[in-house]
Design a binder for this molecule. Structure first.
Ligand code: SF4
Ligand code: SF4
Length: 453
């Protein structure tokens, strides 16, 4: 049995952020399935000969330090993976007890839980409901699109088993958010994917995450094989955010924009105020100068990732050598989140923008996107530009008129859903073959003004 040092006592520092969004990985990178694009599976190389299970001592150190480090009444305890259900229910029952033990009077704690859904049953869902967990369920669309990459270790699709988990969530009335990756298989089918979530899964909260798996000339062939230790697969490289190539599963930059526009065109005509798509919400907020998502905020560095043994990294996307901040058993969490290394990491997002980004009309909405995706060359030939720039620009430009209408409605204390009447009037007025004012024109299958169902 390994003996871990006692957790240090921490003193909140004026330099530490009042709140942050830490992602904890109690089962490290271990998972019960083998999604081909999941490069996190390769992170087992960081902890060789380690079963990757968070101990009770680390769990308590984490919960206590997280609650102590927050100077806001709201605290999010976010569980992620790997696959967190592999820890078993008693682990999370203990987490709930520890939150109650260490919560300060007035602190309101929301626990969130990202899962592939395979192990969800009545007991899990009753527990989530009882303790007000918000569950994120990973689904990539209807069966054929979901099963393109979300496979088990035998290479079989997981769709039916995820749907069983979804049924348990529904039966227990657990609030859930669908987390859908946008990848090479579903990138041209935005509207179909969205309709599936809305109509078949009754999803009210939806999040889209682009799959961008970087590779070098040397790693590309192995990377295209996938990242898990499926039998027959050769040596897997440890995934790091390096290289200017992408795997064949990665979404194209322009395609990502078209996917989002496709979804937006459906949403803005009938679902505003009923279905919440994370990127649409944060884009509307950005029209007020508020950035709720690190990816499009001017700076980042408030979303560190905690490994099973207490190691803290700068970000969930940067769990790799050189990005460690320390271990919470040795250095208080409050000090780690205030560390110059993490602040530098977050400020680099703003300080390393390319000239093209600095001049960009939609910079106030985009801010250059996530640093992990900045491996392309800008129009000026400058390195470090966002690989998905074309798509991001398309999305932000295309949605701007409707976003501005919604922002004005909010300023006038009206419901943003009234934008749907504006869109209907625009549709009636506009020649459907007239190019969209966003400049995308006929590039879009469903550009604004195109009234094909
Ligand atoms: S690197 Fe990207 S995902 Fe990580 S905190 Fe910064 S913007 Fe967010
Ligand atoms: S749309 Fe492109 S140029 Fe504009 S801020 Fe985003 S990444 Fe930079």
């Amino acid at each position: 049995m390994s003996v871990e040092p006692a957790a240090p006592v921490q003193v909140p520092s004026a330099l530490s952020p009042p709140a942050f969004h830490l992602l904890a990985k109690p089962s490290g990178s271990t998972c019960n399935i083998d999604c081909t694009y999941c490069f996190f599976l390769s992170k087992d190389a960081l902890y060789p000969n380690d079963k990757q299970r968070m101990s009770e001592a680390t769990l308590e150190a984490y919960i206590r330090q997280l609650l102590e480090a927050h100077r806001t009444p709201q605290v999010t305890v976010a569980w992620q993976g790997g696959e967190p259900t592999l820890m078993g229910l008693p682990f999370f029952a203990r987490a709930v007890e520890l939150v109650e033990k260490h919560r300060r009077p007035g602190q309101v704690v929301q626990q969130t839980f990202q899962t592939n859904g395979l192990l969800l049953d009545g007991a899990w869902c009753a527990f989530f409901k009882k303790h007000d967990f918000l569950v994120g369920l990973s689904v990539d669309g209807p069966r054929a699109l979901h099963d393109a990459y979300r496979l088990d270790r035998r290479g079989q699709g997981t769709f039916d088993r995820v749907m069983d988990g979804w049924r348990h969530l529904r039966a227990h009335d657990v609030p859930f958010n669908v987390l859908c990756t946008v990848n090479a298989a579903n990138q041209e089918r935005g509207r179909e994917v969205y309709r599936f979530f809305r109509d078949e899964l009754s999803a009210q909260w939806i999040q889209f995450i682009p799959i961008v798996e970087r590779a070098t000339e040397e790693t590309l062939a192995a990377a295209n094989q996938g990242w898990g230790d499926r039998p027959g697969r050769g040596t897997r490289p440890l995934y790091t955010q390096t290289g200017g190539l992408v795997t064949e599963r990665s979404v194209g930059g322009a395609q990502y924009g078209r996917f989002l526009v496709d979804v937006f065109e459906e949403w803005v005509r009938r679902d505003v105020g009923q279905v919440y798509v994370q990127l649409f919400d944060v884009t509307l907020e950005a029209h007020f100068g508020r950035h709720l998502l690190c990816i499009h905020a001017p700076t980042c560095g408030y979303g560190p990732a905690l490994e099973h043994n207490g190691d803290l990294y700068t970000c969930d996307h940067f769990v790799e050598p050189g990005q460690e901040l320390g271990n919470i058993h040795e250095t208080p969490l409050v000090e780690l989140v205030a560390s110059p290394k993490l602040r530098r990491f977050g400020d680099d997002k703003r300080d390393r923008l390319t000239g093209q980004c600095q001049r960009c009309e939609v910079r106030f909405l985009c801010n250059g996107g996530c640093p992990k995706d900045r491996f392309a060359t800008s129009a000026d030939g400058e390195p470090g530009h966002n690989y998905m720039c074309a798509g991001l620009e398309t999305f932000f430009q295309h949605t701007r008129p409707a976003m501005q209408v919604m922002a004005n409605l909010l300023r006038n204390r009206k419901a943003p859903a009234e934008v749907m009447a504006w869109v209907a009037a625009e549709d009636a007025r506009r020649d459907p073959y007239q190019p969209c004012p966003c400049g995308g024109g006929s590039k879009f299958k469903f550009c604004h003004g195109d009234r094909r169902a």
